[in-house]
Design a protein around this ligand. Structure first.
Ligand code: HEM
Length: 356
């Protein structure tokens, strides 16, 4: 499949856009008119051709622009990518997962040639052409023009591979019947911090999430993940809403984007308010026995979302259904009522009384 990559930004002038094809393949996450937290995990098996589930690692029209945005974040704040020393092997596992799948599923854009431990990687969209010894971190290149950063910044396997990938990645070490966030690269997150969570266990990093602990969601999810099998990845969708198509909504940069929530008006709402969906997948890693958790973020403006029959009505009803704790945690309080009012034009049964 030959992709045409958008020239676009996720900051400043926000020139991000979805082509009509990207709107059609958007992973709309709601299968009913109400939303509650649940252990919504399913096998990460190939989905329909052209869908975001077609391949294990989805590459799309935003690939080049997203990797450039990641480079900008890392240039400002190197703590967005961290790996504790014992996670190097998991980093090589992740590099293998990404490069083998990208080369197999997008051969027009990526090629991986392997001769024993000597690997040659060609990434044509980013102009990267490298030879390295698999497992030998010293053989990896430093930051270059294609992978910009502080001159000569040494790249470990996780950072080298994920600077060339869309979405965030957490690398989890499994020990003492728990998962530990011991490495990651996190530049496109919905208001949480890798630097804060590094070294935490599954229940610790989920500490701020309301309602789900009491429902037993995290106990069940952890039990499931501890038994994840190699070659049988799983996935789930999560969602929130973001003002402007901004990828980096991190706590570190809250002063830059928090104020955006006060700028929504009925006139600009369709362009400014975005549904933000995370395709979260989970892969058991072969050598380290760790787990990698890619979090791939998809953005869509409400103006585009309502062009798909049924989506405007469904989102309208979902937003009405949310418990106060979720409205607060997802940061929707400042613009939810306006958004419900705007979406009501797409819901035949809408009445103003339904807004809480
Ligand atoms: C091991 C892989 C996982 C990692 C690294 C991870 C990480 C995170 C992080 C960092 C947050 C944000 C917490 C905060 O506010 O600071 C979060 C939220 C959440 N996680 Fe996980 N998680 C994982 C697996 C799961 C699984 C399997 C479930 C299944 C139920 C789950 C359910 C949730 C929910 C419901 C939220 C709240 C999201 C929202 O309302 O937007 N997580 N997770």
């Amino acid at each position: 499949m030959t992709l045409v990559f958008n020239s676009e930004t996720f900051r400043d002038d926000f020139s991000f856009f979805n082509s009509p094809a990207a709107v059609r393949r958007f992973p709309f996450p709601f299968d009913k008119d109400a939303y509650r937290y649940a252990v919504n995990i399913e096998p990460h098996t190939p989905g329909p051709v052209g869908s975001v589930f077609e391949f294990p690692i989805d590459v799309d029209e935003h690939y080049v622009a997203e990797t450039l945005d990641r480079a900008l974040v890392l240039a400002e704040d190197s703590l967005r990518s961290q790996s504790l020393p014992h996670m190097d092997l998991a980093g090589w596992d992740l590099l293998e997962l990404l490069f083998t799948n990208m080369a197999a599923d997008y051969p027009e854009h990526f090629t991986l040639e392997r001769s024993g431990d000597q690997w040659h990687w060609s990434n044509r969209p980013l102009g990267v052409e490298d030879t390295f010894t698999f497992g030998d971190t010293a053989s990896l290149p430093s930051t270059t023009t294609a992978l910009p950063g502080p001159i000569g910044h040494a790249l470990g396997p996780m950072e080298y591979a994920t600077r060339q990938s869309q979405g965030d990645f957490c690398l989890l070490d499994q020990r003492h019947d728990d998962l530990w966030m011991d490495a990651g690269i996190v530049t496109t997150q919905a208001d949480w911090s890798l630097d804060f969570d590094l070294g935490m266990s599954f229940h610790e990093w989920h500490g701020p999430v309301p309602l789900a602990h009491e429902l037993g969601v995290f106990d069940r999810a952890l039990k499931y993940l501890l038994n994840l099998q190699q070659g049988r990845p799983v996935r789930r969708l999560n969602w929130t809403m973001t003002i402007n198509p901004r990828l980096d909504t991190s706590p570190e940069n809250y002063p830059k984007w928090g104020v955006d929530r006060t700028t929504v008006t009925p006139d600009n709402l369709g362009e400014k308010v975005h549904l933000r969906v995370e395709l979260q997948s989970f892969f058991r890693l072969p050598r380290s026995n760790g787990i990698v958790f890619p979090i791939r973020c998809y953005l869509i403006s409400l103006r585009d979302l309502v062009t798909v029959p049924g989506w405007g009505q469904r989102l309208h009803r979902v937003l009405i259904s949310l418990p106060p704790e979720l409205i607060d945690y997802k940061g929707l309080s400042r613009f939810r009522e306006q958004t419900i009012a705007w979406l009501s034009q797409y819901d035949e049964q809408a009445t103003s009384q339904t807004v809480q």
